[in-house]
Design a protein around this ligand. Structure first.
Ligand code: SF4
Length: 260
């Protein structure tokens, strides 16, 4: 996942997972003089939630001596997530948030001059995503959502998930034992997400049948190579010029409302 001379943009939200990842990568990076870390924090504009997380992310970066770039939906897209959610009712808040946040992280990582993006998805996140993609019948995404994402055309930065095999409980334990100050409050939109139901379901199954999450993760890892997904041709989005497989990218569809 990582090379000795990488400049890694670490997506840091201010939650336990991303602050743990930042701390561990900082420990590793100190041993590699040609490596560099930049924390990238996205302020989606979620009232009574995100400002605390941004502050905690900033404090951790100061403590660890890591540069931080903060970008906001308002500055990049002209609207906060709260405003988008109020004006659009077709999709869940998390659907809008996910599309725009991925773009925001990419923009910030490019601005920082990074060649790689590291995100703090843990084992629980990965298994939830696998099941969500199955529920949505999205075989392409199951095939593509690898722990290391490389764009053969080189138009997207490489994305890695160093904690994808670490259960959430272990990340939480590390965060507590390391004295990391992280945001405890949950996003107010979380309850509306199907992911939340999948999380609860997996929790119940894992309690009765320990090891299930690992088994699902490993099964999909083995299946992925047999799922043949053609490499999509990329072109420039007619609206914003970012790479996309269609005339309009997902971000422009989300913002300008042609989402089906
Ligand atoms: Fe965004 Fe949904 Fe996560 Fe809230 S729970 S930060 S809306 S993806």
């Amino acid at each position: 996942m990582l090379n000795f001379d990488d400049h890694i943009a670490v997506a840091v939200s201010g939650g336990k997972d991303s602050l743990t990842l930042l701390r561990i990568l900082r420990k590793i990076e100190r041993r590699f003089p040609r490596a560099k870390l930049t924390a990238v924090t996205v302020d989606e504009g979620i009232s009574q939630y995100r400002s605390e997380a941004v502050r905690l992310a900033h404090e951790s970066c100061e403590e660890l001596g890591v540069d931080q770039v903060v970008v906001s939906f308002r500055r990049l897209f002209g609207k906060t997530l709260d405003q988008i959610v109020r004006s659009k009712k077709k999709l869940s808040p998390c659907s809008y948030c996910g599309v725009l946040r991925r773009r925001a992280i990419h923009i910030a990582a490019r601005q920082a001059g990074a060649n790689k993006i590291a995100t703090a998805h843990n084992l629980d996140d990965e298994v939830q995503t696998i099941l969500l993609n199955i529920f949505h019948g999205d075989a392409k995404r199951i095939a593509r959502a690898r722990p290391v994402l490389v764009d053969p055309a080189g138009r997207f930065l490489q994305r890695v998930k160093p904690m994808c095999e670490t259960p959430e409980k272990e990340v939480a334990l590390y965060a507590y034992l390391s004295g990391i100050k992280f945001q405890m409050r949950r996003c107010p939109y979380l309850e509306t997400a199907l992911r939340n139901d999948v999380r609860e379901m997996l929790k119940r199954i894992e309690e009765k049948h320990p090891g299930t999450k690992f088994t699902i993760f490993r099964s999909i890892e083995r299946l992925r190579d047999s799922l043949k997904v053609p490499v999509a041709d990329l072109r420039d989005c007619l609206q914003c010029g970012e790479p996309t497989t269609q005339d309009l990218c997902e971000v422009c569809k989300t913002l300008h409302g042609s989402n089906k």
